[in-house]
Design a protein around this ligand. Sequence first.
Ligand SMILES: *Cc1c(COP(=O)(O)O)cnc(C)c1O
Length: 256
Amino acid sequence: MTDPAAPSHPEFRTAVEVADFRRNIDAVQAKIDAAARKAGRDPADVRLLPVSKTVPEERIVNAIAAGCHQLGENKVQEAKRKHGNLADLDVSWSVIGHLQTNKAKDVAAFADEFQALDSLRVAEALDRRLQAAGRSIDVYVQVNTSDEDSKYGLDPSGVRDLLTQLPNYSALRVRGLMTLALFSDDVDRVRPCFQLLRSLRDQIREETPDLIGDGGLSMGMSGDYELAIEEGSTCVRVGQAIFGARATPDSMYWPG
Ligand SMILES: *Cc1c(COP(=O)(O)O)cnc(C)c1O
């Protein structure tokens, strides 16, 4: 099994003040715009989702002040706590990490988006809790495009089956597919992951367009978002390039 630790990026300076966040967000957004144009795409078609996992609330407040009105969190407990403590601020929460069915109730209570849907059991649990709460949520189906045991997500061959079932769960609004590419500096090994997600999306959209919503592609992180945009990403999930290098080992966020 491949080392599940995500690339750490010591070169990213920690953002503390509102001005630090503005500088980092502007820099990332400029790279997003350039990557999109280079690929002949409209930069407005790429959403930047800042990922605030491990970042304490005192700093998140400044990120929100700098314009982050949607934040991604990998772990449900952490997201729930931050949502509660920052409830009076203008921010919505996207859960981007693997979910166990016993936490579905929490996600249904506060999240506006869930990007790591990878089983019928989770879809069922989440829908039931959402129906009870009178809420609905945007979802992305997570796909394992790197063929590593160390990544969550459905095998590409199982994606259509799951999508076929999702119309039964009316509180889940399918928006597209999500993936984590192989963690590597080697572009020639990373790019095929993004290409696989895109071709899967294209194929499903062609054959059964009703199943895949907008056909969005959530792919790309601090180390590879420009490449992901070249390959069609519509949502990049960027943590360290905005908040600064993470001290917490990333192995805590992925199965090891
Ligand atoms: C942490 C995380 C990211 C962001 O990673 P960075 O290296 O901080 O940009 C993206 N997606 C998921 C699922 C994550 O857990």
